[in-house]
Design a protein around this ligand. Sequence first.
Ligand code: DO4
Ligand code: MG
Length: 276
Amino acid sequence: MKIYRTEKGIVIENGGQFYLAKETNWNKFVNRSGLYKKVTEEIAGLSADASLESQKLLAPIDNQEVWASGVTYLRSMNARMEESKEAGGGSFYDRVYNADRPELFFKAPSYRTVGPGADVRIRKDSKWNVPEPELTLFICSEGSIEGYTCGNDMSSRDIEGENPLYLPQAKSYNGSAAIGPCLLVTESPISPDTQINLKIDRNGETAFTESIAISQMKRKHTELVSYLFREMDFPNGAFLMTGTGIIPHDDFTLHVGDVVNITIEGIGTLTNTVKQ
Ligand code: DO4
Ligand code: MG
C-alpha cells in the first residue's frame, strides 16, 4: 500500500484503487505504530476515486526531521577512503564501516527537503557533486519502521574529501535532500532483494545508470534505527536515509539541468532536476 501527500490531501493507493483519507494532517496520519493495519482498516470505509491518481504530489513529509546513515555499503567506504586520502581521512571510513556504532548525521529539516518533480541543488562553491540514491525509512515516534520511500542524499564530494569535518557543509544546504514519491507501507519488512536504481539523464540521454540490491548493505535497518533513537525523541516520527551503494566514477559530476531518477522496487521513482 502506498500513501501520497498531494495538493488535494492524503491519498492512499491499494490494489490499483485510490482513496482520499479523512485525516488531513500528515503528522497525525503517518505517525502511528502498526500503520499498515490501521490504514487497511480505514480504507474499508472509504470509496475509491480514480481522479485521485493524477493529483500533484508533495514531499511525503511534514514536521519530521531527515537523518542519514553513512558508509553502510562497501562501495561508499572505498570511494570515501579514496576521496579523502590526501586530507588524511583515509582510515576514518573503514573504521566506521567496521565499528559497532554506525555513522548517522542530520541531513535536513522538512523545509529544506524537496519532493517529486522539484529541483535538487548543487552548491555554488563546489565542483564535484553526486546524487546518492538511498532507501529511506519512516520510523514512527515509538521507534518502529512503518514505511519506506526513495531518498536522494545530494553530496558535494570535493568539500567532503577536503576534510571529513566539512561533512555537514557537503551534505546539508538548500535543496540537498529529496524524498518521495510516496510512503510504501508494508505488512512485513521490505525484501532484501529489493533493487535500487539510479539513472541520470543529461540532454535527453542516459549519462549514468547503475543498480544495487539492498541486501548489499552491511547493517540491519533496525540497528540503524536503534542508534538513532538511543538518545533522541522524534515526536512526529523521523526519516532515515540508509546510505548509498551507488557512487558514479570519480570523473563524473552533476551538471545543472541533469535529471536524477531514483527507482526503488515497490515504491516507484523519485525524479528531480538539478539546479544551482
Ligand atoms: O561519510 C560520509 C557520508 C556517507 C554517506 O552519505 C553514504 O554512505 O551514503
Ligand atoms: Mg549518503
